[in-house]
Design a protein around this ligand. Structure first.
Ligand code: AMP
Length: 619
């Protein structure tokens, strides 16, 4: 509970004993935990039953927002206004998620740009950060009601493979929910903490595999724990493999047995939902029994444990392939792993536990509730930050390589993948033109050789370099990653001591100065910051579209019909008028209208231009 101490030296009030909570912000479910008399506990809802809050947000007709179990009920009846799996979209651009849109029952805006994804619900546009903030608010209310006190500080867990943008988005969501996010912790690290690994001054060193099979995702992480330091050696996984696939395997079997086509299930939503729920019930039942039978709309359905296990063997094999990859990256063999931790509801299946245990050649840790283990560990981490457990330190690794763009669009890696964090690395560069005054530094993340295949994190310009012949300036670029995995890039011209630096956040489409201003604002301004940012993003996007749209008209004058030209012009003018609005949704709607109309025109123009270019080529 919160107690306050007065610092006698300067009279300031310190709230150093305030409860800091641990939050597992999951893809399917989220949980909040805290330390109660030295033991981590997850908090249940008002009904006192489940500690899980489904990560689902529903927007009703009158804009009323519900979260959790209540929202989950709308997944079938009102899918377009019910947001689930938003964690998959955190810190991603439309280009990142392109190809997986059909997975979501709601509308993701196709703006075909590098800016972060937006989700359309009725006439409004939301970011994954705003939607995640709703889930976090629900957890905040839950624990505040439970503890009867205000909670303002939290530790939030993220998958070990989350990149800087995704971590920053998670922090922003916490801020928006009124939480000061003291630390972003990797989920496997939290799981290891929950099992008490590495705690205590005389704890022996060891390697740990954290096998996390949830509802829709699979992650395997290899950790090294030594002297109270937790280090992620490697991560691997499959973002579209989880308990839902096991349910689907049973559904397919029953479909075949009963002669039900997939079309039938799509058309008859009620039947589709019923068979899915029954399949999940069968799967769960078979975790503790040898056979399952039930009735599906008057027809008998059944499955035995051995049939089920044969059915899902390929799914489990896929997870084992990931385990092999993770071990290879860590440079280890299965027998070198000392402990194996089971995380996620799907690890309750005995066939999963047995396969994993056989692979590593030892029993797995499964005594804690696999749904709660990450949140429990987050609560322990929060307790460490509150100063209650001093001997523990956390160390993670970079999930992807970080580097800058060099001549010809090549990726120059400065911090390689799986480097320990916090970490610092640098390299020297020079100019390629005589008297070059400015140097643009573009920062990328990824494993490919060409930056165009990697993810751009941001860019900045080192200005006013004193005029020198090409090759003479010495420009030192340093990458510094702090304990939260946030990257600072610093550029310095060593001859003149000119220096500039940038903290890397998502490419929001606004200038660094604007972003810095907004992020400097305290947690109390999070809501208004978010609105301002949304509007700026929309205006910027609109201005870019206005520029490219007008250029497109000029360049393709001969290809377009009069009607197409005048309609595109009218839509451009409408968009220009919309940019004056203070309502970002008005701008987004105008962008979407213009996009919808011009996309087929652009495709046609491209085809014609390619054809004429080819026609002019001699073979
Ligand atoms: P999570 O995302 O970690 O909450 O995992 C939820 C997944 O665990 C869902 O696919 C559930 O069907 C699955 N699950 C929960 N309990 C069991 C059980 N007893 N046996 C098998 N799967 C389960």
């Amino acid at each position: 509970m919160a107690t306050f101490a007065i610092n006698l030296k300067d009279g300031t009030v310190e709230s150093n004993r305030e409860t800091i909570v641990g939050i597992d912000l999951g893809t399917t479910n989220s949980l909040v935990a805290y330390m109660n008399n030295g033991q981590p506990v997850c908090v249940s809802g008002a009904d006192g039953k489940s500690t899980l809050v489904p990560s689902v947000v529903h927007f009703s007709e009158n804009e009323q927002i519900t979260v959790g179990d209540e929202a989950k009920r709308f997944l079938v009846t009102d899918p377009s206004n019910t947001i689930y799996s938003v964690k998959r979209l955190m810190g991603k651009s439309f280009k990142d998620v392109h190809g997986t849109e059909s997975f979501y029952g709601y509308q993701i805006i196709d703006d075909d740009t590098d800016s972060l994804v937006k989700i359309r619900v009725k006439d409004r546009f939301y970011t994954p950060v705003e939607l995640s903030a709703h889930i976090l608010r629900e957890l905040k209310v839950r624990i505040e009601q439970n503890l009867q006190s205000t909670i303002s500080k939290a530790v939030i867990t993220v998958p070990a493979y989350f990149n800087d943008t995704q971590r920053q988005a998670t922090r922003d969501a916490g801020k928006l929910a009124g939480l000061d996010v003291l630390r972003i912790v990797n989920e496997p690290t939290a799981a290891a903490l929950a099992y008490g690994l590495g705690q205590g001054a005389d704890a022996p060193p060891g390697t740990v595999a954290v096998y996390d099979l949830g509802g829709g995702t699979f992650d395997i992480s290899i950790l090294r724990i030594e002297n109270g330091i937790f280090e992620v050696l490697s991560t691997n996984g499959d973002t579209f493999l989880g308990g839902d696939d096991f349910d689907r395997a049973i559904v397919h079997l029953w479909q075949q047995e009963l002669g039900i086509t997939t079309q039938e299930l799509n058309d008859n939503k009620e039947l589709g939902q019923e068979i899915r729920l029954l399949a999940e019930a069968a799967k769960k039942h078979l975790s503790g029994a040898d056979e399952f039978d039930a009735e599906l709309q008057g027809r008998k359905v059944a499955i035995t444990k051995s049939r089920f296990e044969r059915l899902v063997e390929p799914l489990i094999e896929r997870t084992m392939a990931c385990c092999n990859n993770a071990l290879r990256d860590a440079g280890l063999h299965p027998e070198q792993i000392d402990h194996i931790i089971m995380v996620g509801g799907s690890t309750r299946m005995p066939c999963v536990k047995n396969t994993v245990s056989a692979f590593f050649g030892k029993p797995v840790f499964d005594s804690l509730n696999p749904d709660e283990v990450v949140a429990l560990g987050a609560a322990i981490q929060a307790d460490i930050l509150a100063g209650n457990q001093k001997e523990l330190l956390l160390l993670d690794v970079t999930p992807l390589s970080l580097g800058i763009e060099t001549v010809g669009g090549l990726m120059d890696v400065i911090i390689p993948r799986n480097s320990k964090i916090p970490s610092k690395a640098g390299r020297q560069y020079t100019t390629s033109i005589d008297g070059q005054k400015n140097l643009k530094i573009s920062v990328f993340q990824g494993e490919r050789d060409l930056v165009e295949h990697n993810r751009k994190l941001g860019e900045f310009i080192l200005r006013d370099i004193p005029p020198m012949p090409a090759g003479l300036p010495k420009i030192d670029i340093q990458f510094i990653i702090n304990a939260d995995g946030i990257l600072t890039v610093r550029a310095r011209e060593l001859r003149s001591n000119l220096e500039t630096q940038v903290e890397i956040k998502p490419t929001y489409g606004i200038s660094e100065e604007e972003m810095a201003m907004m992020l400097l604002d305290s947690i109390q301004h999070a809501q208004s910051d978010m609105q301002a940012r949304g509007l700026l993003e929309a205006r910027n996007e609109a201005n870019n579209m206005l520029l490219s749209g007008r250029k497109f008209l000029q360049q393709n004058h001969a290809i377009l019909t009069e009607e197409e030209k005048s309609h595109t012009n009218a839509l451009l003018n409408e968009l220009e008028a919309a940019t004056k609005s203070d309502d970002k949704d008005v701008i987004h709607r105008a962008i979407e209208t213009l996009n919808t109309y011009t996309t087929p025109l652009a495709h046609r123009a491209l085809d014609i231009n390619i054809q004429s270019a080819m026609a002019g080529k001699k073979i």
